[in-house]
Ligand binder design. Structure first.
Ligand SMILES: C=C1C[C@]23C[C@@]1(O)CC[C@H]2[C@@]12CCC[C@@](C)(C(=O)O1)[C@H]2[C@@H]3C(=O)O
Ligand SMILES: O=C(O)CCC(=O)C(=O)O
Ligand SMILES: [Fe+2]
Length: 356
């Protein structure tokens, strides 16, 4: 078992859980997409999550502290040219503006990971989300050709460049995290070589919604990654902070949001929370975001690292492939429990392999 695609191929989805709504033709939110009002999407609080200058000599300390206290932070001075972020978003806008029949030519296959479709987590909820996505792993060439038979090269070049720059940034962030956790880079030999990690670039579109209080962009979830790097221009991303509740991550021009995912939660022995987040429909315009998921190679063993003498590992050793496979299979039934009570989320338990 060596790639993300091979892992997910074992857990094919139903076609109904892949095909997005034809958003161009809707005038009201259909029942299939109407979430209970009591889910509290209307929280309007801004959270003061840290913004970190990557060139700050104290970056490792600041990043580690932010991971520990928030599970999320923003980075500036990250060396990803702002015009590249603009170009990626502009290509995403063109893709999602295509007629539905055209977009469906690049539909993800039931056992596939890449291409156009609903978020994978859709199958775990009984309502659909106000969302369409396009997932890229490696070259987007095959799907881009289906979308634009004579005019796919620019899209491919920009996406490949975007992935390369995102991966370089991810490596820098990972070095800082390892320094903070006092983990020897010997334990992460894969980290030095670009192209060895498991990565995915996700273009997200949240179309304009006729009744934003009844729809949700992305339901609460944690990410299958060490961490995810996100570019959002328009607000909509909310995180859930224990003791505080839901709050918005404010878009900062030129900054990228970095959120801790499940794999770093395990590696840090739960020092870093895998942050529960969602997207609400707030603005009266279509929203786009670009997410880069960064994980070790599929056969890498995830063991809690940097434990001091006498400290007990909370999770048993598991490969990245095994973790993704278990989450893909079992999340639906009982392992992801997201309970709502009145206006706020009461308890959240994410799928974790407890050492016991
Ligand atoms: C690497 C990945 C993370 C992701 C599953 C995937 O294989 C590719 C799509 C990703 C995405 C994007 C939208 C939200 C999300 C939860 C989903 O359903 O598909 C994430 C997945 C994830 O973090 O688990
Ligand atoms: O669009 C956003 O702000 C969040 C996207 C996200 O959570 C994801 O792609 O996993
Ligand atoms: Fe996410």
């Amino acid at each position: 078992m060596s790639t993300l695609s091979e892992v997910y191929a074992q857990y094919p989805l139903k076609v109904d859980d892949i095909i997005p709504l034809d958003f161009d033709s809707v005038v009201t939110v259909p029942d299939s997409h109407a979430w209970p009002i009591s889910d509290g999407f209307e929280s309007n609080d801004w959270l003061s999550i840290p913004t970190i200058d990557l060139k700050d000599p104290d970056a490792a300390k600041l990043i580690g502290h932010a991971c520990e206290t928030w599970g999320v932070f923003q980075v500036v001075n990250h060396d990803i040219p702002l015009n590249l972020l603009d170009e990626v978003e502009s290509e995403a806008r063109q893709l999602f503006s295509l007629p539905t029949t055209q977009k469906l030519k690049a539909l993800r296959s039931p056992g596939g990971v890449t291409g156009y479709g609903l978020a994978r987590i859709s199958s775990f909820f009984n309502k659909f989300m106000w969302h369409e996505g396009f997932t890229i792993i490696g070259s987007p060439l095959d799907h881009a050709r289906e979308l634009w038979p004579n005019d796919y090269q620019k899209f491919c070049d920009i996406m490949v460049d975007g992935q390369k720059k995102m991966e370089e940034l991810a490596i820098t962030i990972m070095h800082n995290i390892l320094e903070y956790l006092a983990v020897s880079e010997e334990e992460m030999k894969w980290l030095g070589s670009p192209g060895v990690a498991s990565t995915a670039l996700q273009l997200n579109s949240y179309p304009l919604c006729p009744d934003p209080n009844r729809a949700i962009g992305l339901a609460p979830h944690t990410d299958n990654s060490l961490f995810t790097i996100l570019h959002q221009r328009i607000s909509g991303l909310q995180i859930f902070k224990e003791g505080v509740g839901w709050g918005f991550v404010q878009p900062v021009t030129g900054a990228l949001v970095v959120n801790v995912g499940d794999l770093l939660h395990i590696l840090s022995n739960a020092r870093f929370p895998s942050v529960v987040h969602r997207v609400v429909m707030k603005e009266a315009k279509q929203r786009f975001s670009v997410a880069f998921f960064y994980s070790p190679p599929a056969d890498f063993n995830l063991d809690p690292l940097g434990l001091s003498f006498g400290q007990i590992p909370l999770y048993r050793s598991v490969t990245v492939a095994e973790y993704f496979g278990r989450k893909a299979k079992d999340l639906e039934k009982h392992l992801l429990r997201l309970e709502f009570s009145g206006e706020s989320m009461k308890s959240i338990s994410i799928f974790m392999l407890v050492f016991a």
